[in-house]
Write a protein that binds this ligand. Structure first.
Ligand SMILES: [Zn+2]
Length: 577
């Protein structure tokens, strides 16, 4: 099943790149060299140069994406795996170095100052920042970092258990946590927990190496610690570590009490004195899990129905994805786990990948990824070339586009996926999940702040720091007798290994998404217009302006979280049966 996108409409013609390029170093080197040699006298020449460079970026991004699609759609085809690995191992490091040469050229160009600020100001700041922290020595350390991350993935992928006569991954085991029978849930939970613990030393050792490596990368770049380095690396111009600490405090004060009230109600409904970790995702009234569709075609048409009630333009984008076969939704053998939306940067079409099996979560995932794809469609309207594309989009706003779509669509599930009380049940779950997500984001983020500002620590000290962070934000489930499962729970959060400090973005985005949702309920037309206008800005504006354009306030401190906790509390009450 090779991904054939040759039939997609090509509305954005190349102005600079040759029609045929071979995607290897021979093919690319000449183009990089030409850009490097070209004189940049005037602002007009610099603008043209930036636009040509953006064309090259889009080409590389698209070629990488196609290799990635193929390798995830068919992990059992060694050719696809090889093609993607060749890109990451051989081509990508060369492209990084060549890009740095172009960055140096840009930095030393005197015409920089004459570029119009409105269009180029933020991009200029991003480049300035990337230039200031680039160290050639770190390119190799980053390669070591990705080798260690792959070790993490291999260790996790090999974690299977045999349950009811079948070998299953820990992810597959999680469906048993939704079983109404408590004994089944406990058995499944304990089995998965024991298997995870068997590798805790190996994972500890991978993480220790990663922390040391990252500390070194930061010091090479002239920083005291990796936390301060990553804030610069991730272009976090609009907030600082102390704002994250305020977010943690806000979650502790406003969200954690709500989360514990939800758990108290759950225990009462379930008729248990003490909630166990295997009691947390089952339907508290003992109902079987929601089943929104039987066949994939039901998921595709259901989402179409829902979106047609939200907005004609957005709905037409979705329908064009269906028509152009840009959705790969069903779970099948050989497919990688998870879900994502990626962009084909030259043709500027999105592609959605996921593993649907007929669960309520699948509906939310498709509508979430559709929100990302609307971003890709709406960014087609952006004129300045390097502002297009997911590559530069700050995740703090990208996730607003997707998370708000998850919630906005919830009120239209009746008739498309559910009848009777089931749409309400699905929405109740969505908003309870949002409360739990805020708490989990604070946990993961606060833990990372500790880890990287205490780069020298023993594994025992780390486990203690984790447990005290966990206890600060957790619900009411008891870990009595399960202490080691709690102490190593962080090891199952892949972000800690693969994409350090990438997590607070979900918390920030959730504040914006909830703002759009609550506006949509009062004034749906206004909310959707603002949503579309904000997405169409691409990444040319700073985060506070993107939030403002979407009609929501920028801010994720204790005050904002108190207001949000109030909204969440009433939504959960409204959707309770
Ligand atoms: Zn997302």
């Amino acid at each position: 099943m090779v991904f054939d996108y040759s039939a997609l409409p090509r509305e954005f013609k190349r102005r600079y790149l040759p029609q045929r390029i071979s995607f290897d170093w021979e093919g690319l080197n000449g183009i990089f060299e030409e850009l490097k040699r070209r004189p940049l006298g005037s602002a007009a020449e610099l603008e043209r140069w930036l636009s040509d460079e953006a064309e090259l970026d889009a080409y590389v991004y698209e070629q990488r994406a196609v290799r990635y699609f193929n390798s995830t759609r068919q992990t059992d085809n060694p050719e696809y795996t090889k093609a993607y690995e060749e890109y990451t191992e051989i081509l990508e490091p060369r492209i990084k170095l060549a890009n740095f040469e172009l960055l140096k050229k840009y930095q030393s160009s005197r015409s920089r100052a004459q570029l119009p600020k409105q269009n180029y100001g933020l991009e200029d700041r991003r480049r300035q920042s990337a230039f200031s922290i680039f160290r050639e020595a770190n390119v190799n350390l980053e390669k070591d970092e990705s080798t260690l991350s792959q070790q993490y993935f291999r260790t996790m992928a090999a974690m299977t258990v045999t349950y009811r006569g079948q070998e299953r991954t820990l992810q597959q085991m999680s469906r048993f946590f939704e079983e109404p029978d408590r004994a089944v849930r406990e058995e499944a939970w304990r089995l998965a927990g024991r298997r995870a613990l068997a590798d805790s030393d190996a994972l500890d050792s991978i993480y220790t190496k990663l922390v040391a490596l990252r500390d070194k990368i930061a010091r090479n770049a002239g920083f005291d610690n990796y936390r301060d380095y990553i804030f610069v690396k991730k272009d976090r111009f609009d907030y600082a570590p102390r704002d994250c600490e305020e977010f943690h405090r806000g979650v502790e004060e406003a969200i954690v009490p709500l989360s514990r009230d939800i758990d108290r109600a759950r225990a009462e409904r379930m008729g248990v004195d003490v909630l166990q970790p295997w009691d947390m995702v089952v339907d508290p009234a003992g109902k079987p899990p929601l089943r929104p569709f039987e066949e994939i075609s039901g998921l595709v048409s259901g989402a179409g129905k829902v979106l047609s009630k939200v907005d004609d333009e957005l709905s037409s984008y979705y329908e064009s994805m269906v028509r152009l076969e840009l959705l790969d939704l069903e779970s099948r053998k050989g497919k990688a786990p998870g879900g994502y939306q990626e962009e084909l940067a030259e043709v500027r079409y999105p592609f959605i990948f996921m593993n649907a099996t007929g669960k309520d979560d699948d509906v939310r995932t498709l509508l979430h990824e559709s929100g990302h794809s609307f971003h890709t469609f709406l960014m087609r309207k952006v004129g300045v070339p390097f502002f297009n594309g997911n590559a530069n989009m700050p995740m703090e706003f990208a996730e607003v586009a997707s998370m708000s779509m998850e919630m906005i669509t919830g009120d239209h599930y009746e008739g498309a996926f559910y009848s009777g009380n089931d749409a309400k049940r699905s929405n109740w779950k969505e908003f309870v999940d949002n409360v739990k997500l805020f708490a989990w984001v604070a946990t993961i983020d606060a833990f990372q702040h500790w880890v990287y500002t205490h780069p020298v620590h023993t594994t025992d000290e780390r486990a203690r720091a984790w447990v005290s962070t966990f206890n600060r934000f957790c619900g009411l489930e008891s870990f009595e007798g399960l202490e080691s499962s709690r102490a190593y729970r962080w090891q199952r959060q892949l972000h800690l290994f693969e994409v350090p400090f990438y997590y607070i973005e979900y918390g920030i985005a959730l504040t914006g998404a909830l703002g759009i949702w609550s506006r949509y309920r009062n004034a749906p037309r206004d909310a959707i217009e603002a949503y579309k206008n904000a997405l169409a800005l691409g990444c040319a504006r700073p985060l506070p302006e993107l939030f403002e354009a979407a009609g929501v306030e920028w801010g994720f401190g204790p005050g904002a979280l108190r207001r949000i906790a109030g909204d969440l509390r009433s939504a959960i009450k409204e959707y309770s049966e």
